[in-house]
Design a protein around this ligand. Sequence first.
Ligand code: AMP
Ligand code: ZN
Length: 117
Amino acid sequence: MAGEPQADCLFCKIVAGEVPATVVRETETTVAFRDINPQAPTHVLVIPKAHYADAATLASAAPGLAADVLREAGEVASEDNAESYRVVFNTGSGAGQTVFHAHAHVLAGRGLQWPPG
Ligand code: AMP
Ligand code: ZN
């Protein structure tokens, strides 16, 4: 069912505390933790606790929860004193999505090239 935990999902396991993560913020509906392979001094993943495969699926099924994720992305950047930051939702394997539980990458702390690669 939409939003239910998936047994084979790494990020559902992080939500459940079954896989360790460096959690920087947690709300009733979201968790934010440092990316294990950081691409910038600040590289934090913000996820909804509920499982949705990608950002658009999340926004369609639970728009308030999608807003929670975006708001938390801003809070993470502000806690790392980042005035400028980038929020990325890789969607689909061709765009580099490897974990099919919606997540926002929050990147900051270095020059961020535009357009991105
Ligand atoms: P994506 O490639 O957009 O699906 O993003 C998945 C991200 O999860 C990658 O940047 C990985 O480095 C990161 N990642 C994978 N496993 C872990 C983990 N156990 N803890 C934190 N981040 C992880
Ligand atoms: Zn999941």
